[in-house]
Design a protein around this ligand. Sequence first.
Ligand code: ASP
Length: 461
Amino acid sequence: MKKMPIHVKIVISLALGVLVGVLLNRFWTPEVWASLGVNDKAAFLASGAADGNQPTWGAHAAKFAIDANRFIGRLFIRCLQFIAVPIVLFSLIAGAASLGDVRKLGRIGGKTLVTFMVTTAIAIVVGIGLAQALKPGSYVGEESKARLMSQYAAEAGKKASEGQERAKSMTAWDQLLDTVPSNPMAALATGQMIQVVTFALVLGAALTVIPRHRSKPVIDVCEALTEAITAIVQAVMSIAPYAVFTLICPIIATTGIDVLGALGVYAGTVVVGLALINFGLYPLMLRLFTPSSNRIGFTRFFRAMGPAQMLAFSSSSSNATLAVNMECSKRLGVPDDIVSFVLPLGATINMNGTALYQAVVAVFLAQLYGIPLTLGDQAMIVLTATLVSIGSAGVPGASVVLMVVVLQSINVPAEGISVILGLDRILDMCRTVVNTGGDAMTAAVVASSEGTLRKEEESAA
Ligand code: ASP
């Protein structure tokens, strides 16, 4: 067991988590709880409250097992989250300062943004095209639609009004303005990733302007801190194989697979689209933009990215995956300065999976409501889904709130969200894999264009 590579352990643990989740969902019914003396399961699990009956020791043991597992999962995510802001700050200051030249920073920034935008646009077009071709909306009967809508109506209402509030500041101008913090310390304290990126870049660039003997100690400290945080990441990752089990199991146990019945074609459309981007577009981009003497082929890419992709899947969070994604990109051969620039920026603004998801949902719900989509509507989807993918935070379920922006732009009622809410978490896991993979791919393409991509053997060492 000790010798087994970490990504194999994570895969086994994910598979076991799904299996146990399905079994729990099938066999751990309200009747089983009742036979253990618990009628109100939610109240008992939340506070141990007995609802008139006396819960048996079996019920307490089950509650303990659930609490302990939930604790491990939350602890793991929290450890990864607490690393996110400091690693972006220190590695980016050191990275920008060691680039040593503001013009180089501008050039790398330009290439990064162009790659982000092009892949986002492709993802959206693939999403619209697939949803138009497979017509997932025509597979949901009136009865299933009404059932799903009533089941999730309250939650959807809450998300829709939250989204409407956020929609007010969803213009491109606002988003651009939001990249600059009015108080960098507040941005650090509240984890405003994009503002932290701006602050670190500006500070790093400024360090290249002052005399070297003044800037060197600061750069040394930032480099040492980056190394120390990397050591923390490695320690946290050692519990990953157990933590991913505890993350996935309750999701499958509560969602079940029945919900797939009516929404199977819709979920299939999203998953096929995401797979096309992750396993088609990314390897293709790497094939086109890495030199034949140092090509990143399919196997090299996924061998290096394995742990990051699996962590993205189980955590549903680009931010929580960031530190591991940075490590994996270095293993891929991307040099430190480009990793620390592209990855934090990408975790915040580059979400190809989210963009594709928004596009599929928009077309699916339009089909469900019988609203025909003109060419102009489809252009609106491209525009708004891009804005939403840039504006979504790298946390679970972030983009479903902003869905309203896309739906409003094509006159689809916001309550439509209630139809897709039940499946959102599982599809969130899949789209986060694509979100994080796109950042690593971009970093490799940019490094290759700068001629600094390392060979596989060197990066492994
Ligand atoms: N969970 C996604 C991420 O962290 C964002 C989203 O689409 O909700 O990348």
